[in-house]
Design a protein around this ligand. Structure first.
Ligand code: DUC
Ligand code: ZN
Ligand code: ZN
Length: 479
C-alpha cells in the first residue's frame, strides 16, 4: 500500500535508530513508514532544513488544579494545553487531585470531564492521594488503576502529606495492581522547623523561601522513599530532583537494583536560587518547591541525565498569576509561606532543552528525544507515544534549528501573564506541530480547538517490580 494521508518530506528525523534524512508517511493518524517514500499523499509537508522530533511528552504538569495550599491554577485545560502545543508538547500527564474526605473516583471523573471538554493534548492523569482514610479507599484505588490510571502521586510534605505508614500502604496496593508511585519527596519537619525559625527572625521575603527548603529536606526524603521502594520492591518515581546529593542517592540505589526512577525540570537545570533575590516581592514569580539550587547542582543534574541516573525532564508546570488571583492572594507584602509555589513551563520546556542539546549534534538530538518524549512515554505506559517509528501516533514537531528568539514577558500562550524565562535568548523553534497526523500548530499559529485531545488509558507501566526485602518475601510466603 503506498497512498498516505500525509508525507512529511525531507527532514532530519530523530528516531530511536539515529538521526536520519528521511520522509515520514502518515496514515489514519499513525506513522506508517519512515524512509525514502516514493508514494503519493493527500498532503505533503516540506521539512527541508527542519529537524523532526517526536512530540514532547510532559509527564508532570498541574492543570486546572487546586494546590495543596488551596490555590486554583491560572490555567484551564484549554489554556494550558494550547501553550503546550505551541511549545512542541503533544502529550500531557496532569493530576486528578483528591481533596480530603472525598472519593478519589469522584475527583477523577471531574478532572476527566473537564479535560475531555478542554484539552488539546492527548492526556492521562496521575491520581493524587491526600486522604487514604476515606471508606473504601483501597477498592476505589484498585478500580481506578484497573481502568487505566496507572500512576499515583504522593507528598511527604505540605498539608496533603501522607504519613510514612500510609505511604507504605499505597505502595503495597500499587505493587500488587501494577501502578507507579510518584513522590514529591521533601522532609516536612525540616521545612517547617526552618520556615518558623526564619519567620521568627523577620526573614519573610521570597529569597528566604529557598532557605526554608533545605537541601537535606530533599536528601532525607529521597533516601527514605528509596528505602521504602527497596523494602516492598515497588516502582517509585521521584519527582523534580534538585540536589546533587539526591541524584547520588538515586545512582547508588539503581546500582543495587532498587526500582527507582527520577526526573528533573528545566528550572533546576538552567536557574539558580539567585532568581529569587529581587527587590520587594518580585522574586515570588520564581518560587517553587523544591527551590532552584546552585551551579554545582546544575552540573550534577546534567551528569545524572547523561548517565541515566535521572530518566527524564518534565516541566512541573504550576501556573499562578502574579496578582491577587495567584501569587499575591495574601497581598503584595505576603511572607513567603503564603505565596503559591510554581512556575509555568509547558510551553518553554522543549525550546529550552532544544537550545541546550541540539548544538551538540546528533547525540544531543537523540538525548533530547529520549529525555523529553521517549523515556517518559515508556515509563508511564504510553506505547503509541514518544517515538518516530512505524505504528506510533504521528505526533511530530518540525523544528527550525536556526531560528533565534528572545523571550519576552508576555509571549506565552498560557494564562499566567508572565514568562519566568523573559530575556533568555534561544536558538531553535518548533514551527509546525502535528498531533496524530493533524497540523495543530502552523508556523506558530494554533490550529486546534478545545476537546480535540484524547484520554490515554494505560494497560501497564514500563518498570518491573523488584524482589522485595527478606521480611516481605517471608510475609508473602506465609498464607
Ligand atoms: N512544587 C510542587 O511540588 N508542585 C507544584 C509547584 C511547585 O513548586
Ligand atoms: Zn512537587
Ligand atoms: Zn508538581
Amino acid at each position: 500500500m503506498t497512498g498516505f494521508d500525509l508525507i512529511v518530506r525531507g527532514g532530519r528525523v530523530v528516531t530511536p535508530q539515529g538521526v536520519l534524512a528521511a520522509d515520514i508517511g502518515v496514515r489514519a493518524g499513525r506513522i506508517a513508514e519512515v524512509g525514502t517514500l516514493a508514494g503519493d499523499a493527500a498532503r505533503e509537508l516540506d521539512a527541508a532544513g527542519r529537524i523532526v522530533l517526536p512530540g514532547g511528552v510532559d509527564v508532570h504538569c498541574h492543570i486546572e488544579q487546586r494546590s495543596g495550599m488551596g490555590r486554583m491554577n491560572a490555567d484551564t485545560f484549554e489554556t494550558a494545553t494550547r501553550s503546550a502545543l505551541i511549545g512542541g508538547t503533544t502529550t500531557t500527564i496532569s493530576f486528578a487531585a483528591q481533596e480530603k474526605g472525598e472519593r478519589l473516583s469522584d475527583r477523577v471523573a471531574d478532572y476527566a470531564a473537564r479535560a475531555r471538554a478542554g484539552a488539546m493534548t492527548d492526556h492521562a492523569f496521575h491520581l493524587t492521594v491526600s486522604d487514604p482514610s476515606v471508606p473504601g479507599f483501597a477498592d476505589d484505588l484498585n478500580g481506578l488503576i484497573a481502568a487505566g490510571h496507572r500512576s499515583i502521586k504522593l507528598f511527604t510534605t505540605y498539608n496533603i502529606a501522607l504519613a510514612d505508614r500510609q505511604i507504605l500502604d499505597v505502595m503495597a496496593v500499587a505493587r500488587a495492581a501494577g501502578a507507579l508511585v510518584c513522590v514529591h519527596a521533601e522532609n516536612d519537619a525540616l521545612i517547617g522547623w526552618t520556615r518558623d525559625a526564619l519567620l521568627s527572625r523577620g526573614l519573610t521575603r521570597p529569597v528566604h523561601h529557598a532557605v526554608s527548603h533545605p537541601r537535606l529536606a530533599e536528601i532525607e526524603a529521597v533516601e527514605r522513599m528509596i528505602r521504602f521502594a527497596e523494602f516492598l520492591g515497588t516502582p517509585v518515581m521521584l519527582f523534580h530532583i534538585s540536589t546533587s546529593e539526591a541524584a547520588e542517592a538515586i545512582r547508588a540505589a539503581r546500582a543495587r537494583g532498587v526500582p527507582i526512577r527520577a526526573e528533573t525540570c528545566p528550572h533546576y537545570l538552567f536557574m539558580t536560587s539567585d532568581v529569587l533575590d529581587r527587590p520587594g516581592i518580585e522574586g515570588a514569580k520564581w518560587m517553587c518547591s523544591p527551590p532552584q539550587r546552585t551551579e554545582a547542582d546544575q552540573a550534577a543534574l546534567w551528569a545524572a541525565l547523561g548517565d541515566g541516573t535521572l530518566d527524564l525532564v518534565s516541566s512541573d508546570h504550576a501556573p499562578y498569576r502574579f496578582d491577587a488571583s495567584g501569587k499575591l492572594s495574601d497581598g503584595p507584602a505576603a511572607p513567603f509561606p503564603a505565596i503559591a509555589n510554581g512556575l509555568p513551563g509547558l510551553e518553554t520546556r522543549m525550546p529550552l532543552m532544544f537550545d541546550a542539546l541540539a548544538p551538540t549534534g546528533d547525540a544531543g538530538l537523540l538525548d533530547l528525544a529520549r529525555l523529553t518524549a521517549d523515556v517518559p512515554a515508556r515509563i508511564y505506559g504510553l506505547p503509541t507515544k514518544g517515538r518516530i517509528a512505524a505504528g506510533m501516533d504521528a505526533d511530530l514537531v518540525l523544528w527550525d534549528p536556526d531560528r533565534q528568539t528572545t523571550w519576552a514577558d508576555d509571549d506565552l500562550h498560557d494564562n499566567v501573564g508572565y514568562n519566568p524565562w523573559a530575556g533568555r535568548r534561544l536558538r531553535g523553534w518548533p514551527v509546525t506541530v502535528l498531533r496524530r497526523g493533524k497540523v495543530v500548530v502552523e508556523d506558530g499559529t494554533l490550529r486546534s480547538g478545545p476537546g480535540e485531545g484524547r484520554w490515554l488509558p494505560r494497560d501497564a507501566i514500563g518498570i518491573a517490580t523488584a524482589p522485595p526485602s527478606a521480611e516481605i518475601a517471608l510475609l508473602e510466603a506465609t498464607p
